[in-house]
Design a protein around this ligand. Structure first.
Ligand SMILES: Nc1nc2c(ncn2[C@@H]2O[C@H](COP(=O)(O)OP(=O)(O)O)[C@@H](O)[C@H]2O)c(=O)[nH]1
Ligand SMILES: Nc1ncnc2c1ncn2[C@@H]1O[C@H](COP(=O)(O)OP(=O)(O)O)[C@@H](O)[C@H]1O
Length: 391
């Protein structure tokens, strides 16, 4: 265990003794997490952050299935073993909002995927500085007005919210656009992606498959927006059980008769589908209003009234809240990170060091999804001499 500093190929000759061959341009970092496992991150020929595993017990290379949104190619990187579960990978020549990535090698998610897929698996999770606002999960029976409420929210606060575009095997409605309302998919392709660990959650609803891909949520987070998920009760339960911390809101109709009226008035479903949706609505209403799953239940009687209540519980009344962007720190190609407790002491640049401390003390989440709660602190001078590292 310990830290492996960033190194470029010229410096790597000494690492040949580790049993791997390094030549031409590129950057590789080898980290030993114990258990006879050496993880090699990077590629000698390119700037990609590929991952392979050297099994010291068999002297063989293993090429794992890599899950999660992968970091972009990187001009140099360093890797710090955090524990037997995770490696922190710091990309060079980046700013801090895309610089810190967690390679999960033994977390609960990865262990489950290894058992399921019967092979070596690793997963990437991007480290997010600060406390982003929680995604919002909105559920409720078909025709209750989820889409209408979400559309109003997105229209009034376009820079604040982003919609998680689900995948579905159902056919598009006349007014629906692929990639905007849903990613309309073939069942086989979607099942393959689910097996490949690309989905945060999925469920069979009204006879079709629906699911939220990790990427759908990431795309919204990438834009710095708060993610809204319109998913069914089963999906909400899966998200509750996942690493994604969210606010869960269930929308109820004022009556069953009114629900049927709205569903029919929308005119998007054939009679058979309307019947199926109404049958399912009974169970959804029962589950949605039972204690424990949803944080808030809103009755969508009068639309404006319900929308106002939604805004109140999201803290959107009076002022438009903007999340302060944490100050970005530049991580140069040349840098090193040293783990001390739950902090990573960062030393950047060759001579005049830019220094900062990355605090992992309150990180949460992880693959599938983001690792949140990273903090960047300025270095306090006494640390230098005490640690004998930065000076
Ligand atoms: N679990 C899950 N449910 C979804 C997802 N996307 C949509 N749904 C739910 O699937 C159900 C049917 O959606 P849709 O066919 O668009 O019909 P609508 O509810 O009548 O608008 C609704 O309850 C949605 O909330 C998803 O990604 N995951
Ligand atoms: N509070 C409301 N009162 C009356 N009609 C409503 C209300 N909210 C939504 N609607 C209408 O009900 C229909 C179903 O709403 P929609 O947003 O598509 O539901 P969902 O997304 O939950 O399936 C739409 O035609 C919509 O205009």
């Amino acid at each position: 265990m310990g830290e492996a500093p960033a190194f470029l190929v010229e410096d790597l000759k000494s690492n040949l003794s580790n049993g791997f061959h390094l030549k031409s341009k590129g950057c590789e970092t080898a980290v030993d997490i114990g258990c006879n496992r050496m993880y090699v991150i990077g590629d000698p020929k390119s700037e990609s952050l590929a991952v392979r595993v050297f099994d010291k017990s068999t002297n063989e290379w293993v090429f794992p299935i890599v899950l999660g949104t992968k970091p972009k190619a990187s001009r140099g990187h360093s890797a710090v073993v955090l524990d037997q579960d995770r490696v922190l990978v710091i990309r060079g020549d980046t700013s801090s909002d895309d610089g810190f990535w967690f390679l999960e090698v033994n977390t609960v998610f990865v262990t489950e995927q290894k058992a399921r897929l019967g092979t070596e698996v690793v997963a990437w999770s991007k480290g997010v500085i600060g406390e982003p606002e929680k995604p919002i999960v909105i559920s409720g029976p078909s025709g209750v007005g989820k889409g209408t409420l979400i559309a109003k929210l997105m229209e009034e606060f376009p820079s604040m919210f982003g919609f998680s575009v689900s995948h579905t095997t159902r056919a598009p409605r006349n007014n629906e656009q692929n990639g905007v309302h849903y990613h309309f998919s073939e069942r086989g392709a979607m099942e393959k992606d689910i097996d490949g660990g690309k989905f945060l959650e999925f469920a069979a609803v009204h006879g079709n498959l629906y699911g939220t891909s990790v990427e759908a949520v990431d795309v919204v987070a990438e834009k710095g927006k708060r993610c809204i998920l319109d998913i069914d009760v089963q999906g909400a339960r899966s998200v509750r059980a996942s690493s994604l911390e969210a606010i869960f809101i269930f929308i109820c109709p004022p009556s069953f008769e009114e629900l049927e009226k709205r569903l029919r008035a929308r005119g998007t479903e054939v009679e058979e589908q309307i019947q199926k949706r109404l049958r399912n609505a009974k169970a959804e209403l029962e589950q949605g209003t039972s204690p424990g799953l949803f944080d808030h239940i809103l009755v969508n009687d009068d639309l404006e009234n319900c929308y106002d209540k939604l805004k109140v519980l999201l803290g959107l009344t009076n002022t438009v809240k903007t999340t302060p962007k944490s100050e970005l720190v530049h991580v140069p190609v040349e840098h090193t990170g040293l783990k001390i407790g739950e902090k990573i002491m960062m030393k950047c640049g060759a001579v005049e060091q830019e220094r900062f401390v990355l605090d992992l003390g309150s990180i949460r989440g992880g693959a599938p999804g983001r690792t949140r709660g990273l903090r960047i602190d300025a270095v306090e001078e006494p640390c230098d001499s005490e640690l004998g590292f930065l000076g």
